[in-house]
Structure formats: structure tokens, C-alpha cells
Design a protein. Structure first.
Length: 196
């Protein structure tokens, strides 16, 4: 029985150490659930995660559209993607045909402080990756409050806007690390109490 308890305690310790390196990072997937055009709802998602450290930490953004749908948008108030947040300063890693925009109004989803412009509908893409920068480094994906995306159904030509519903609520790996540590301490305490 003591051997089994030792193996369990050792396994918990290894698990805790395995998650220790990722305790700072957080990640979330946001579904594009709100739309202004019937037939264009729930057609993609946005993955957010933090990377880097200190003042160079950024929020990595990956927009992925479902098969048959695309992301596009150019012109004032007609951008490809817009977002708001706290402590944000701009973008990096934006590749052509996308470029930093000046924000604007995205249909019924309101005004966005930050945006990217992109290709016209005929050049729509199925995915886009870039980074959001923050004034003193991005400490959590929760610094971004919402997104709106200009979308097209490639087979019908139907266009409109999709948006996420609310701010991201990440589940940081640090919570998992804390829980694992508490389990390990409980196991050690139980072992010591059982030995006396």
C-alpha cells in the first residue's frame, strides 16, 4: 500500500512540474455566435493566447472560418476585423493583404477602437493570424473585450458581420497548477497523519 501511495504522490508531483512552465499563459476560443445576416451565424471562431514575457508579451490571434466562408473587408467602417480592449496599443505580425486600420463602426455591433482592413470580398481568406500589442505587455487575453468580423459565404456571395458574445474568460493554467499543488499537499498530509 505504501508503494502505491508513493507512486501516486510521485505522479502528482510530476504532473505539477509539467504544468509549471505554462502557468503564466492563458488561452481561450471565442465563437462567432452573433450575426447581422441570417445564414452567417456560427461560421467560425477566434483563438486567443498570450506569448512572450514582460513588456514584450502579446496576444496571439488566430481567426478561422468554417469551410465555405471567408473573411474580408476594406474601407472606412467596412474593415475585416475590429476589436476593443483595455491597455491595448496596436498590432504586429499582420501579413498582406491585411493592414492596420483605424477602427470604426461594424454594423449593429458598434464602434471598435482597433481594426484591420483586408481584401475585397473576391479575395476573402479562410484564416488570419496576427498579434495584438499592449502598452506595458499583455498580461491576459481578457484585455480584449470583443471582436467583430466581416464575412462572406463563398458559394452564395452573401456578406455580413459576425461577432463574439462578450469578453473572453480564460482558464489560466495557473489554476490547474494550484489545484494540483493542493492535491499533492493533501496527499502528503494524509500520508504523514496515517504514519503517526
Amino acid at each position: 500500500m505504501k508503494v502505491l501511495k508513493g507512486i501516486l504522490a510521485g505522479g502528482l508531483l510530476l504532473l505539477a512540474l509539467g504544468f509549471a512552465s505554462s502557468a503564466k499563459a492563458d488561452a481561450v476560443t471565442l465563437q462567432l455566435t452573433q450575426c447581422n445576416t441570417v445564414g452567417l451565424c456560427n461560421i467560425g471562431h477566434i483563438d486567443l493566447s498570450t506569448s512572450g514575457s514582460g513588456s514584450s508579451e502579446v496576444i496571439d490571434v488566430a481567426v478561422t472560418m468554417n469551410p465555405g466562408f471567408g473573411l474580408f473587408g476594406n474601407g472606412v467602417g467596412n474593415g475585416a476585423i475590429g476589436w476593443n480592449g483595455t491597455g491595448l496599443s496596436g498590432t504586429s505580425g499582420v501579413s498582406s493583404p491585411f493592414s492596420a486600420g483605424t477602427g470604426g463602426n461594424f454594423s449593429m455591433f458598434g464602434n471598435f477602437a482597433f481594426s484591420l482592413t483586408g481584401p475585397p470580398a473576391s479575395g476573402a481568406v479562410s484564416s488570419l493570424s496576427f498579434q495584438i500589442t499592449c502598452t506595458n505587455g499583455c498580461t491576459t487575453v481578457g484585455q480584449v473585450s470583443d471582436f467583430a468580423v466581416h464575412v462572406i459565404n463563398a458559394s452564395t456571395g452573401l456578406t455580413g458581420f459576425d461577432a463574439t458574445s462578450g469578453a473572453p474568460t480564460p482558464e489560466p493554467a495557473s489554476l490547474l497548477l494550484l489545484g494540483t499543488g493542493l492535491l499533492a499537499m493533501g496527499g502528503i498530509a494524509r500520508r504523514k497523519l496515517g504514519a503517526s
